[in-house]
Design a protein around this ligand. Structure first.
Ligand code: SAH
Length: 263
């Protein structure tokens, strides 16, 4: 690893590393991600990245939390983009630390576009996305020979997914064997109803995995027919990943993560 150059000395304008911090367990960041943090002069992080990762940054590094502003709302995306550009223009080595993978519902793509437009060099360090890590830690392989040959990662954050023209629910209900929804907890009932309306059998197994990979991970299971009630009874809260498909059945055999096994 020591032969990896962290800066491009021919470029006086600094650089931004868009780093995936993994889904929660600090052991799930990549070696490359840790290298970038160790060399960082500025770290711009948000809520879902495990704060334990910040201890990799040098003592003098500037740490900026954009997950919460003084009025408790996240800093708007445009402001984050500006911050990245300004810090890099000042010649700083900037790590933009994000939960999971920066290019999976992380708005890392938008930040990369802003950097390109500003002429700032950048590197993407992929991370372990909660879309596969949460199911894995719940004992659910998102694909499995004979059960699921395809998987889709879907945003569930729209108030009414049926009204979202960008999302082809017919194709989602009929196409991929496994459906993984992120940001879907508040919309669980809409998601479930929409899938059933478009033809997914109501008996399809569902798992909702909260706080995945952490010591208080919890998984609630059911079917499309009853998961809304079950999740309500369990008072399920974000962040959580929703998995829909036959692979959920494998959990009975494959659950391995100690905090869940011992519960
Ligand atoms: N880039 C991230 C996703 C950001 S969107 C990634 O690749 O994982 C935020 C959503 O991610 C949350 O609403 C939730 O659905 C999911 N998520 C992130 N961390 C999670 C965790 N530890 N447990 C369960 N879901 C998580």
């Amino acid at each position: 690893m020591s032969n990896i150059t962290m800066t491009d000395s021919s470029n006086p304008s600094g650089i931004v590393y868009l780093v995936g911090g993994g889904p929660g367990d600090p052991g799930l960041i990549t070696v490359r991600g840790v290298e970038c943090l160790k060399a960082a002069e500025v770290v711009i992080h948000d809520r879902l990245a495990n704060l334990a990762l910040l201890t990799y940054a040098p003592a003098g590094a500037e740490l900026i939390d954009v997950g919460k502003s003084p009025n408790h709302h996240p800093v708007p995306q445009a402001q984050i983009n500006t911050l990245l550009v300004e810090k890099a223009r000042a010649g700083r080595r900037v790590v933009r630390l994000k939960g999971g993978d920066p290019f999976v519902f992380g708005r890392g793509g938008e930040e990369a576009v802003a950097l390109v437009e500003a002429g700032i060099p950048f590197e993407v360090v992929p991370g372990v996305t909660s879309a596969s890590a949460a199911p894995a830690y719940a004992g659910i392989p998102v694909t499995h020979r004979g059960l699921a040959c395809s998987v889709a990662f879907i945003t569930g954050h729209r108030a009414n997914p049926a009204a979202d023209p960008a999302c082809d629910w017919q194709a989602l209900a009929e196409g991929p064997d496994t459906l993984v929804f992120l940001m879907g907890v508040h919309n669980l009932s809409h998601i479930v109803e929409t899938l059933i309306r478009h033809g997914r059998p109501a008996a399809t197994p569902v798992a909702v995995i909260e706080r995945a990979t952490g010591p208080d991970q919890r998984t609630t299971t059911g079917t499309l027919a009853d998961i809304t009630v079950r999740a309500g009874e369990a008072a399920v809260r974000p962040p959580a990943v929703i998995v829909v498909g036959e692979v959920v059945r494998l959990r009975e055999q494959l659950r391995w993560f100690r905090p869940e096994v011992e519960r």
